[in-house]
Design a binder for this molecule. Structure first.
Ligand SMILES: [Fe+2]
Length: 261
């Protein structure tokens, strides 16, 4: 198997591998590449839902999703194009940061992809942190932030007050590489701990914008049978909805992660 860099800020494309057949040595190599590139793309895979979950579970237990799981595979959900207005992933985020232990990685397998558009955009938050001044890094190194699913609750017509919430450091340390990354996102971060929303707004808005500067970003154009995994510990992502009603069908699973620290 080989890896080829996908873009300057992040991403590796792995070829010469059937992910249904990965021995321990190959897995060690894949995990090293995952830590280096943060996104791995495996084109041309032939996977059943069970195959996908089995591969994901090489990295740890997968997480059941409260609704929308496949009947025989509650840890796998189907993402189907239901039109732009029903797209809830069109915002920069790291998955489920409103939970105390958000998933460390997300793995998507495309069954159907539009000829153009419907890309997933990623932004490297370790690069974003490194590019801040030492003065700004010192300030945010000390801060924690509150993350809430209130925005999602509104979309689903549920009570925003009852939405899950969690508190995380604004800068997290990757448990495997030790790299420091910005860990706030526009979708879920509402304010800094011990700051009001109003006080938090100016600095959060700066960090939201800084974190997704073009030089930290790369995009993946989906092809059917692509398997893609990304590291939620050091990336933000955004599902771009520019493909109208063109079919796009993806199976998603997520692997448990540590408490961000
Ligand atoms: Fe997401």
């Amino acid at each position: 198997m080989q890896v080829e860099r996908m873009a300057a800020p992040l991403g590796g494309i792995v070829t010469g591998l059937d992910v249904r057949d990965v021995d321990e040595e190959a897995w060690q190599q894949l995990n090293a590449w995952f830590c280096e590139f943060h996104v791995l793309v495996f084109p041309g895979q032939d996977l059943t839902p069970a195959d996908q979950v089995a591969f994901a579970e090489r990295w740890g237990p997968t997480i059941p999703f409260p609704y929308g799981g496949l009947p025989d595979h509650p840890n796998l959900i189907e993402l189907r194009n239901r039109g732009k207005r029903q797209d809830i992933n069109q915002h920069w985020h790291s998955d489920m940061t409103y939970n105390p232990e958000p998933p460390k990685l997300t793995m998507l397998y495309a069954l159907e992809a539009p000829a153009h558009g419907g890309e997933t955009a990623f932004a490297n938050q370790a690069l974003a942190y490194d590019e801040l001044s030492s003065g700004m890094r010192r300030v945010i190194d000390e801060l924690s932030a509150l993350h809430s699913a209130e925005g999602l609750a509104r979309v689903y017509g549920e009570d925003p007050q009852a939405a899950p919430r969690a508190e995380h450091p604004v800068v997290r340390t990757h448990d495997e590489t030790g790299a420091r990354s910005l860990y706030v996102c526009k979708a879920f971060t509402t304010r800094f701990k011990d700051w009001t929303r109003e006080e938090s707004k100016w600095l959060l808005n700066f960090l939201f914008e800084h974190g997704v500067r073009p030089e930290f970003q790369a995009r993946h154009q989906w092809r059917a049978r692509d398997l893609v995994m990304w590291d939620n510990r050091c990336l933000l992502h955004y599902a771009v909805h520019d493909h109208g009603d063109d079919p796009r069908l993806i199976h998603r699973c997520q692997v448990e992660g540590p408490v961000p620290a």
